[in-house]
Design a protein around this ligand. Structure first.
Ligand SMILES: Nc1nc2c(ncn2[C@@H]2O[C@H](COP(=O)(O)OP(=O)(O)O)[C@@H](O)[C@H]2O)c(=O)[nH]1
Ligand SMILES: [Mg+2]
Length: 319
């Protein structure tokens, strides 16, 4: 199978230049290079986009709005795993699914960071195709990677829903984010929406994402998104391997949890948990989100605020 990838890769006219071969050869060992062949084929070129700014805030954008809901519903929005837990067999260890359990005070503190003010601007900053064009590294950064259409841009839009004027490009069809899009959250941290994995590669992917993961000094956490309604795909496994290779801390975010039945989601989640136990750098707890229903968004905001060092958590929270 690798042989086929290999042949297809080298028949791509974009990659037949010997100088490019040399650059790649110098930069990576042949083992890693072989994996890159596979990766490139999973990346899909885009053909356009539409812009999703000025849409107004979601009616559950703020935790205050959510806190007016009945307790059970609120708990499900805050900790989506709580809705699945009763359906798990007693023998399944729930511990790893509930490691990060901030208090309501922590969640409220974190939310302030995602609310713009005159002294705390939240905005699209810039886009870059190459690392040379990436902005300076003077604040902590988190990035979002995953297959095309997995819900990266939608998730960023949900996280930023308290700042609805932030311009976020959400693709209508897969693979449209071809650049790294940088967003500034005041002076606290930067968030980056990365181009997605797909069927075929935009030729700059290796230079962009792998170079980014390999060199970005201020990167404090990578969020690898996996579609909860379809479960782990081969491209996700390749992305997992890539994250392991770069040996930097990363976290799995399970998207679109509203889109399938709970039984399907649980099956996919347990399969994912098996894969996570075989990793070294992945945070054991996957974060479940629905950008549509806002489940898990408050928790993720709090986790991002925590890993970027923007808030101090209360004593009761483990992470
Ligand atoms: N049902 C559901 N659909 C979602 C969710 N998040 C994203 N989508 C849809 O999935 C598609 C791809 O989303 P997008 O954010 O552009 O994915 P990206 O290519 O990873 O940036 C769009 O049609 C979104 O409306 C979600 O939480 N639930
Ligand atoms: Mg996108």
């Amino acid at each position: 199978m690798h042989q086929n990838y290999h042949a297809a890769f080298w028949s791509d006219p974009c990659y037949t230049s010997s100088s490019e071969e040399e650059i790649v050869e110098n930069r990576y060992s042949s083992h890693i290079k072989q994996k890159m062949f596979c990766r490139r084929l999973w990346l899909k070129p885009g053909t356009g986009f539409w812009t999703a700014s000025q849409q107004g805030a979601h009616n559950l954008a703020s935790f205050h709005q959510a806190s007016l809901l009945p307790q059970r519903k609120l708990r499900g929005l805050l900790f989506p795993f709580s809705e699945l837990e009763p359906h798990l067999a007693c023998s399944v260890d729930r511990g790893h699914f509930q490691l990060f359990q901030p208090s309501v005070e922590d969640i409220t503190k974190a939310e302030k960071l995602f609310s713009p003010s005159s002294s705390h601007k939240i905005d699209y900053h810039t886009s870059a195709v190459r690392m040379e064009h990436a902005p300076s590294q003077n604040q902590p950064e988190v990035c979002f990677i995953g297959r095309s259409n997995v819900g990266k841009s939608s998730l960023i839009r949900a996280l930023f829903s308290l700042a609805p004027d932030v311009e976020i490009r959400v693709s209508k069809t897969p693979g449209h984010t071809k650049k790294m899009n940088f967003f500034k959250v005041g002076k606290a941290f930067t968030m980056v929406d990365m181009p997605g994995y797909g069927y075929r590669a935009p030729k700059d992917f290796v230079e962009m994402v792998e170079h980014y993961l390999g060199t970005r000094k201020n990167l404090v956490r990578t969020f690898l998104l996996v579609d909860g309604s379809v479960g782990l795909q081969e491209a996700d496994m390749i992305a997992l391997e890539m994250c392991e290779e770069f040996s930097r801390p990363y976290v799995i975010v399970v998207t679109k949890i509203d889109k399938c039945r709970q039984g399907v989601l649980l099956t996919n989640l347990l399969q994912l948990q098996d894969a996570i136990t075989q990793t070294v750098r992945c945070f054991p707890q996957p974060f479940l989100v629905s950008s549509l229903h806002f489940s898990g968004i408050y928790l993720l905001r709090c986790f991002i605020a925590h890993v970027t060092g923007s808030i101090q958590l209360g004593d009761t929270c483990q992470s």
